[in-house]
Design a protein around this ligand. Sequence first.
Ligand code: KG4
Ligand code: ZN
Length: 356
Amino acid sequence: MIVLGIETSCDETAVAVVCDADVPKKRILSNVILSQHEVHRPFGGVVPEIAARSHLLHIDYLMDQALKSAGLSYHQLDGIAVTGGPGLIGGLIVGVMCAKTVAMVYDTPFLAVNHLEGHALTARLTDNINFPYLLLLVSGGHTQLLIVEGVGNYELLGTTVDDAVGEAFDKSAKLLGIGYPGGPEIEKVAKTGDPHRFKLPRPMFGRPNCNFSFSGLKTAVREQFLKIKAGQHSSEDISDLCASFQTSVVVTVADRCRKALDVFLHRHNDGKSLVIAGGVASNERLRNVLEAVAIERGMSLVAPPPVLCTDNGAMIAWAGLERLKMGLTDDLDFAPRPRWPLDPGSSSVSGAGQKV
Ligand code: KG4
Ligand code: ZN
């Protein structure tokens, strides 16, 4: 089975072709990603209208590229998958229209994939893991802990009550004047910093539930920054602040994961995997600490390579392939959804992407 996947929900235009080979390494036949970081950098965040226009400009070429590098033509596809939501509506419309057109012209099954399900199933593409598993989904728009019971079957254990963790990285980096997107920049700068110099809060640490909060931490970074005389910030000040911020995030997220693992293991005492996904899952510090947390419980951490943690087409194609195998195709009257929670039974609503 061969599926092409399109991702246009935020600031990457991405197209990939995957197949259901038994060996994970042979599954991704092509994976092209055009990042819009340069376009949005002057604004310090994603400008939705500019994002949509850029997707429209590049999608045709990227579709051709993905097929060409897989050595395939449209006739050979068994399905065409696209991010149907959640995300920025302009970009979603571009991707969905494009996928529907191909589906109609070539009479190919159409699959509207939840972007979060794409992240959630990536570990099955890369590591062949079985259900159930505990998923920490950490990106620019989402911070969630979910039990993944099966395709389309998710239980939300905890989410953020305010900012997403990636948003906290991006906004703190903007404040510190160290570039966009903030996550990778903070990680780089933090490498030379002292994580103990600034006492920053660890929101939600020790709480009995599995929720997160990051807006207070972001405000604390701002307060510490303003305490240093304007215009007199040394590079050491900035790297110490970045290291202290990153440590607060990692310690807090590890604590929330321990709580969620208690719930997960109570339900599935033979559970084996803690999976991380989403752009923030590329953070090396976070990966190392969560690996130790998983080992504490006799489990293993499954962390896809960074290029498959940030937004990409392969995760959408793979989720589409899993859905296609179950006969879960969609009609061509599907309407893109700016909001689309993975666990409809929960009160949490998935955000519509991060804007300036
Ligand atoms: O999953 P993603 O590519 O897009 C969304 O669906 O949001 O995640 C993007 C987010 C951004 O906030 C970015 O700053 C963050 O992931 N990010 C990181 C790192 N790489 C990307 N955060 C911390 N450390 C990183 N190395
Ligand atoms: Zn994402």
